[in-house]
Design a protein around this ligand. Structure first.
Ligand SMILES: NC(=O)c1ccc[n+]([C@@H]2O[C@H](COP(=O)([O-])OP(=O)(O)OC[C@H]3O[C@@H](n4cnc5c(N)ncnc54)[C@H](OP(=O)(O)O)[C@@H]3O)[C@@H](O)[C@H]2O)c1
Length: 266
């Protein structure tokens, strides 16, 4: 029987690539969605028609009861998940001097608490599985952001949530041992966000050591590598063409004009 994986926020963008990548590698994928039911079901149909195992599941990750109900449903339907990829996130602009506590709480709920809760629930499912098979492997992969290694004060609440999640990779690996492995993936800029124009994205996406856009497929492949490699635990891989080694005073979306001006002046 195929191993089951839950991928949160699987309907679009990186989540959709993750769903495709895991399904085409033979995993039974649970594609989670909140508002994007139509897109999630279309992806499910497309992949099923090609012979891959994909199901969908809905939950608002800002609500604990929905997270727990989803995991109980998945435990019943899958016989126990083998992996969770915490991809869903909220990314809202704010700063340390104007942030709205309600919006910060929502980002902490979705970007930090839900991923940790899903890891906890995976460990509970896995403990039952290991009673009959002590060598059974399970893994949580947390999607982070290269920002956690390359701070600037933009997207203050979002960055706070990802910083805490980054520190939680090792902490949760210790807490869930020896039942579940916990790893992180820190992408650089891979998709345009909010009001970002195509031109701004095209320039900003090359602000990294390799001066070319980061391939989202590399990010998806790295998540699968971590989920499938039973020797990796408590580690985070930056998949960002070296973006975290280029310090900027502001988010690259806002700093890209300065970077260009500096480049123009040698
Ligand atoms: N985009 C980038 O350039 C970039 C750079 C660095 C790191 N990352 C990280 O990589 C991951 C994927 O990025 P992305 O840009 O592809 O993500 P995204 O499009 O911003 O969001 C992914 C999904 O999160 C889900 N989501 C938001 N709020 C939710 C809630 N309350 N409950 C349940 N689901 C919720 C949404 O699902 P529905 O559509 O179903 O509502 C959304 O489609 C994120 O963790 C992000 O922080 C991205």
């Amino acid at each position: 029987m195929a191993d089951h994986v839950l991928i949160t926020g699987g309907a679009h963008r990186l989540g959709q690539l993750l769903v495709r990548s895991f399904a085409q590698a033979g995993w039974h994928v649970w594609c989670h969605y909140a508002r994007s039911g139509d897109a999630a079901h279309a992806l499910q149909q497309e992949l099923r028609a090609a012979g891959w195992a994909v199901d969908t599941v809905a939950a608002d990750l800002a609500h604990e009861a929905e997270v727990l109900a989803m995991m109980a449903h998945l435990a019943q339907r899958s016989g126990g998940l083998r992996a969770v990829v915490n991809n869903a996130s909220v990314f809202e602009p704010d700063t340390g001097i104007d942030f709205d506590p309600a919006l910060m709480r929502r980002q902490l709920e979705v970007n930090l608490i839900a991923p940790l809760l899903l890891g906890r629930e995976l460990a509970r499912q896995q403990a039952a599985r290991q009673a009959s098979d002590p060598s059974a492997d399970a893994c949580v992969v947390h999607l982070l952001d290269q920002k956690v290694f390359n701070l600037n004060p933009d997207y203050f609440s979002y960055t706070t949530s990802k910083l805490a999640l980054e520190r939680s990779v090792a902490l949760q690996a210790q807490a869930l041992a020896p039942v579940v492995r916990v790893c992180g993936v820190a992408p650089g800029l891979i998709y345009p966000s909010g009001p970002q124009t195509d031109d701004n994205f095209a320039r900003a996406s090359r602000v990294n050591l390799l001066r070319r856009a980061i391939d989202p497929q590399d990010v998806a492949d790295t998540c699968r590598f971590l989920a499938e490699n039973a020797g990796l635990n408590g580690v985070t891989l930056a998949v960002d063409n070296g973006q975290h080694l280029i310090p900027l005073e502001r988010d690259v979306m806002f700093a890209v004009n300065t970077v260009k001006a500096q480049a123009d002046h040698g």
